[in-house]
Design a binder for this molecule. Structure first.
Ligand code: ZN
Length: 312
């Protein structure tokens, strides 16, 4: 009976087994391949998403840097050139003798103003101001991160004036139309109000009121601010810290202080910005130099402060 299958039966059996094995292997391959491919693809997608997020971050940083450069270039246009020995009066004395007289009397009133903050230097600036028991004015931007909001509150808590310097500081957006200006104005106004409870009454135009970037006559925006009962403040002394070249502390001190005794009101332009390290270095020297001057007071801007306007 056993002979009935013989060697031919063995061959058939082996062939069938081989065939079974091949079928099993190809089924396994068809199952494993797609799963493997999926894993590889998911890993690639994850990596690409990471790269996209990084690229997004870099793009945001670049946009901010471009806007700062624009600001620096613009402020350089209308303020003393870096290597000038003296601070230069760039605006006529503004009128307004009939404004309030709440401020302490002094022959020379000096207002330290810091644009573009908060920044990583805000804590140092605040500590230096505290050391000399001096109050200043910070024209801030709408920075929504936790650190900036904490700094904004700290500026207020230590008794300094918080002014508006636009929400975005993007010239192309802020000055596109009165509607855009108004929208940006309310964003920065609300940002300050919501985070500090302060209804800010002073504004500094990005690039100043004499900027040459806005296609719309700056008087239109000045009128808008007047309707909101908000005063705008340009500057008549520049420390020179806003230019594209980083000036050393001694030059900043000279620029900021040499013109003060020649005028009643000195509104000094400085920056609270990450790229402006020498401002912090110069600040103690600026304050000491001013405090040593006769009949001179360093004051925060208030509703009683005589404004300096670049435009008439
Ligand atoms: Zn600015």
């Amino acid at each position: 009976m056993g002979n009935g299958q013989g060697p031919q039966g063995d061959v058939r059996r082996r062939r069938v087994q081989r065939l079974k094995k091949m079928i099993l292997l190809s089924v396994a391959a068809w199952l494993i391949l797609p799963v493997g491919l999926c894993i590889v693809l998911f890993a690639r997608i994850g990596a690409l998403e990471g790269q996209a997020r990084e690229t997004q971050g870099i793009l945001e940083q670049m946009a901010e840097a471009v806007s700062r450069l624009e600001a620096a270039r613009e402020e350089e246009i209308q303020t003393p050139q870096p290597d000038r020995k003296e601070a230069v009066v760039t605006a006529p004395e503004a009128g307004g003798d009939d404004r309030g007289t709440e401020e302490p009397e002094a022959a020379h009133k000096v207002y330290l103003t810091f644009d573009d903050g908060p920044s990583k230097y805000t804590p140092e600036i605040l500590d230096i101001l505290d050391t000399y028991d001096v109050k200043a004015t910070f024209f801030v931007l709408g920075k929504e991160n936790d650190y900036s909001i904490e700094m904004l509150r700290e500026i207020a808590r230590r008794g300094h004036t918080i002014g508006m310097h636009s929400y975005s500081h993007k010239y192309a957006e802020v000055y596109r139309s009165v509607e855009d200006f108004s929208a940006d104005f309310y964003r920065i106004y609300s940002y300050i109000l919501e985070n500090t409870g302060i209804q800010s009454v002073c504004y500094r135009f990005p690039g100043g009121s004499s900027n040459t970037i806005s296609d719309i006559d700056m008087h239109v925006f000045a009128d808008f601010l007047a309707e909101q009962e908000v005063e705008f403040y340009d500057w008549n002394v520049s420390s020179g810290d806003g230019g594209s070249v980083l000036l050393d502390a001694d030059t900043l001190i000279r620029n900021a202080t040499s013109g003060i005794l020649g005028q009643e009101t000195s509104i000094i332009l400085m920056h609270d910005a990450a790229s402006r390290s020498t401002t912090v270095e110069a600040l103690p020297g600026i304050i000491e130099t001013v405090l040593a001057m006769e009949d001179t007071a360093i004051l925060p801007i208030t509703g009683d402060t005589t404004p300096i306007h670049h435009i008439k």
